[in-house]
Design a binder for this molecule. Structure first.
Ligand code: BG6
Ligand code: MG
Length: 218
């Protein structure tokens, strides 16, 4: 029986991909690197350092660990300029309503995200209190598709993995959920459709009980 709902953050609760893009783009322009909106797709669900390594690969470049850290820090400073201006209006449609109803029905809720900025983003959106557990990039050592982030979220909720269902917009995240023995609901990004157990375009007008039954194949 499903008792816990674990949500990825970026792309599921809020569309931060555009801000990640603007920040990476600004850094790449400074470095004289190519980086476009299609390249940005490759970075969804991917850690900050791994994102920069992908950008280096695209540009046929190599850098020391030290320099990679330096540029990731610069990128994050630019990114935070956008995040500090984030408002509640940027919550994806239907999210708050869905979450409220699910919690009223007794489901526990958690965040399972690669982002080290998760707490700040949740606070900016005024929804941090709607989660019983928040597992973010600061609390895990293995990136999705490793299931660590979701397994830790289930543990913090006091539930078995099989009692939790994951909401994800990235293929790596769907695979991570499956690797942890959890069902995965794909959200928004059509690319995940062939990987997830059930797909929704977004949370508007979605009944959580019906959704969970469908994802469980009932
Ligand atoms: C993921 C995003 O949620 O978090 C990635 O999909 C991002 O695009 C990653 O790179 C790490 O985020 P942050 O905020 O720690 O740089
Ligand atoms: Mg995501």
């Amino acid at each position: 029986m499903i008792r816990g709902l674990i949500f990825d953050l970026d792309g599921v609760i809020v569309d931060t991909a555009k801000y990640h893009f603007l920040a990476w783009k600004k850094l790449c322009d400074q470095l004289g690197f190519k980086f476009d909106i299609n390249d940005n797709e490759l970075l969804k669900g991917v850690s900050r350092v791994r994102s920069f390594e992908i950008i280096l690969d695209i540009n046929g470049q190599k850098m020391s660990e030290e320099k990679i850290q330096k540029y990731c820090t610069i990128k994050n400073k630019i990114y935070l300029e956008y995040i500090n201006r984030l408002t509640e209006d940027e919550l994806l449609p239907g999210v708050k309503d869905f979450m409220t109803k699910a919690r009223d029905k007794g489901y526990k809720t958690a965040i399972g995200s690669a982002s080290k900025n998760s707490l700040l983003i949740l606070e900016r959106l005024h929804i941090h209190e709607m989660f019983d557990a928040i597992i973010d990039g600061n609390k895990v050592s293995n990136a999705k598709p490793d299931p660590e982030v979701f397994v830790k979220a289930a543990q913090e909720l006091g539930l078995q993995n099989s009692e939790c269902i994951v909401f994800e917009d990235s293929v790596a995240g769907i695979v991570a959920a499956h690797n942890g023995g959890m069902k995965a609901i794909g959200v928004g990004n059509a690319e995940v459709q062939s990987y997830c157990d059930y797909f929704i375009k977004g949370f508007s007008n979605i009944d959580e009980c019906v959704l969970i039954k469908k994802a469980e194949g009932e």
